[in-house]
Design a protein around this ligand. Structure first.
Ligand code: NDP
Length: 252
């Protein structure tokens, strides 16, 4: 029998960027735990295909997380059609790798919009109802790179470092209204986003060597951490980032 502290049955959860990869695995985990899950992305057909493969009550909500008007309409529509949100996972994100001297202005803005502004926009709209109702859980998907950086990834790390601080700020603002905000920080996880790195044998071997667990992460590795953070067991945990990285952020 599962412990009641970890019971999230019947909660309504929106996971942004859940058409594939980490978001889809987290959505599956929430659905398996008994949540009503709302998948989000920019392509409605891709979302319907993803939803068809998940157990339980799974809905979709198509909107671009970088566009304020589209976010506000998307959250309002979701709450009207599905019900008030109990859980939000700000997962949508992207990665661009290039040396800073070669990094284009447009890429910088696109990265910031997708990885950081999105969490502000979606978080703010979801928190309007959560703070009014006096409860809610928000988890921002940060990164190992919220803490450390390597050459060629400074703009991405800057967005994820800022997302960590936004997580603490959201906790400060919304914690008094019963809304708990934390971060989940994946290490190197095999997804479409990291495919070029996985296919680079030298880099891939470096990841395995540098990770105490001795392997790349799988999307399913992140589910337990998320379920903890959105469950009553974490009701007094706020503004923290839980790193799920096989130990990589702890070693030199
Ligand atoms: P993927 O590229 O596999 O998936 C990204 C998801 O985000 C897709 O579902 C995509 O949906 C969605 N998305 C992208 N832009 C938007 C947008 N503007 N509006 C709505 N949805 C959008 O990435 P991962 O699963 O690997 O990464 C997920 C998160 O985890 C990201 O925030 C990433 O930074 C973070 N992370 C990943 C790590 C890894 O090793 N993979 C490590 C640390 C953190 P669609 O294209 O259908 O719109």
């Amino acid at each position: 029998m599962s412990h009641p502290l970890f019971d999230v049955t019947g909660r309504i959860a929106l996971v942004t960027g859940s058409s594939r990869g980490i978001g889809l695995a987290l959505a599956r985990g929430l659905a398996e735990a008994g949540c009503t899950v709302v998948l989000n992305g920019r392509d409605p057909e891709r979302l319907e295909r993803a939803a068809a493969d998940l157990p339980g009550d799974v809905r979709t909500s198509t909107f671009d997380v970088t566009d304020g008007a589209s976010v506000a309409a998307g959250i309002a529509r979701t709450e009207e059609e599905v019900g008030p949100l109990d859980i939000l996972v700000n997962n949508a994100g992207m990665q661009l790798r290039a040396p800073l001297l070669e990094f284009a202005d447009a890429d910088w803005h696109r990265l910031l919009d997708t990885n950081l502004t999105s969490a502000f926009l979606v978080g703010r709209e979801a928190a309007r109802g959560m703070t009014r109702r006096g409860h809610g859980k928000i988890v921002n998907i940060c990164s190992l790179q919220s803490e450390v950086v390597r050459p060629g990834i400074a703009p991405y790390a800057a967005t994820k470092g800022a997302l960590k601080m936004l997580t603490k700020g959201m906790c400060a603002d919304w914690g008094p209204y019963g809304v708990q905000v934390n971060g989940l920080g994946p290490g190197y996880i095999e997804t479409e986003l990291t495919r070029p790195l996985v296919e680079d044998e030298e880099f891939s071997a470096w990841v395995r060597r540098r990770t105490p667990a001795g392997r790349w992460g799988r999307t399913e590795d992140l589910v337990g951490g998320l379920l903890y953070l959105v469950s009553p067991a974490a009701d007094f945990v706020g503004g923290q980032v839980l790193y799920v990285d096989g130990g990589m952020s702890s070693v030199l």
